[in-house]
Design a protein around this ligand. Structure first.
Ligand code: 5CA
Ligand code: ZN
Length: 417
């Protein structure tokens, strides 16, 4: 699938006394740790949208976070190979299509278009591999074949549909990503599309891998029967095919730690000779709206496209998101736009100023903030202080605007051009 238009990331002059690696919080080890190799290529897999209600600010915050990770990786000299999926066949999408009387393919296509436009406007770096589940059936099948050979795939003994399941009980590492006790695992599994009470399963947490065709449902041919994939195997198969081997980071919103990323870890290890699926798991805090969880059922979503249609400039939306650290849950308030607009106006004015002589300390400060757990709020404060000094006319001993603008573009993805 075509992704969206990339933007250039300016190369910056070297800094002294900054960490030469990127550290982020890894859910699996519960530590702040280096992610990516010391040199060469980092690989990133980020869980993509189920194409409806795109692009709400929660989606945007998640993809912006991994845009920042790429930018800091690139700034440390790494190259990045990035894959993202589109869950364009799954129960929630079919339910939404049915509920609104739209063909599921049309719903997906229009929402993917909208998502691409929003990502382009926000200057989010695109994946090299943007892969729809409906284009990954062979990849899924090949993972299923490998699992079957290891005895980890079974059919439920259900008189109705004998769907295929993955045996979680055989994985001694199961639970190592999300650190939940069994009762909490069951609760989250049930709440997020799982079927703990299905008859015929060997273990309540076992994951649906291939669902046989029901009347009226879309389906694909496979040696496991005419059907469609379960959610978790879709991401595992796409990541392992396009990124080969253990990925440096699997990312997504914090809602995905369990069961989705736990299942990807378990299925991925089983399908890859016992090697870990990902070195680190990075999770983004949940964005709510004015005191409530942003949820499709409550209908309280704020969309990037709606803000843009109201005339809010994309860098302003980006700045409003950057004001929050990725690890925290936060609430969106309509007033956030005013705050971000004032910041954008001040920054733009400072970038146009013809003063300032040097940039080294400023760039080093931004690098330090971003390489230490992607601390975008701190980076904004550093720029704000420089902006205040420039606009107050505190002498010429401030960083040169052109150099600061380049650093802000490279590391924060903000450009007013
Ligand atoms: N298709 C699956 C992932 S394979 C999915 O979760 N789709 S989604 O459309 O529901 O979400 C897309 C991405 O945005 C996921 O990474 C998800 O974790 C993240 N996300 C969804 N809602 C929020 C929110 N309110 N705040 C932050 N991130 C969110
Ligand atoms: Zn996923």
């Amino acid at each position: 699938m075509r992704a969206w238009t990339p933007v250039a990331v300016p190369a910056l002059p070297p800094s002294r006394d900054v960490p030469d690696q990127v550290q982020v919080w890894d859910t699996k080890t519960q530590t702040l740790r280096r992610v990516g190799p010391r040199s060469g290529e980092a690989t990133l897999y980020v869980c993509g949208i189920t194409p409806y209600d795109a692009t709400h600010l929660g989606h945007a915050f998640t993809y912006l976070t991994f845009d920042l990770l790429q930018r800091v990786w690139i700034d440390t000299g790494l190259t990045v190979r990035y894959a993202q999926n589109i869950t364009d066949i799954d129960d929630p999408l079919l339910e939404r299509a049915d509920g609104t009387g739209v063909d599921w393919r049309e719903l997906a296509a229009s929402q993917i278009d909208l998502f691409r436009e929003d990502m382009t406007a926000l200057r989010v770096l695109p994946p090299q591999h943007y892969v729809a589940a409906t284009d990954a059936m062979e990849l899924v099948e090949s993972v299923l074949v490998r699992l079957q050979k290891s005895g980890l795939l079974y059919r439920v003994e259900d008189p109705g549909f004998r769907d295929w399941y993955f045996r979680t009980a055989h994985d001694a590492y199961f639970g190592a990503v999300s650190h939940l006790d069994y009762a909490e695992q069951l609760a989250q599994f049930a709440a997020k599309g799982g079927d703990p009470d299905r008859e015929g399963k060997k273990e309540r947490l076992d994951a649906l891998m291939w669902r046989l065709e029901r009347p009226g449902e879309p389906s694909w041919a496979s040696r496991f029967g005419q059907g469609r994939p379960g959610w978790h195997v879709e991401c595992t198969a796409i990541a392992q095919h396009y990124l080969a081997g253990t990925v440096s980071v699997q990312g997504g919103g914090a809602d995905l730690a369990f069961p989705h990323h736990e299942m990807c870890a378990s299925i991925g290890r089983a399908a890859n000779d016992g090697n870990p699926f990902a070195e680190a798991y990075v999770h983004v805090g949940m964005v709510g709206l004015e005191g409530q969880k942003m949820s499709k059922s409550l209908g309280n979503l704020e969309l990037v496209s709606r803000l843009r249609a109201k005339g809010v400039a994309a860098p302003v939306i980006r700045l409003a998101l950057l004001a929050h650290h990725y690890r925290h849950d936060w609430e969106w308030f309509a007033t956030d736009i005013g705050t971000a607009q004032r910041r954008a106006d001040a920054w733009e004015a400072a970038f146009r100023a013809s003063r300032g002589t040097q940039a080294a300390p400023m760039i080093a400060g931004l690098r330090r903030a971003m390489r230490t757990d992607l601390d975008s709020p701190k980076a904004l404060t550093i720029v704000d202080e420089w902006v205040s000094a420039v606009l107050a006319g505190d002498g010429d001993d401030v960083s040169a605007p052109a150099q600061v603008a380049a650093a802000v573009d490279a590391l924060l993805g903000i450009s007013f051009d």
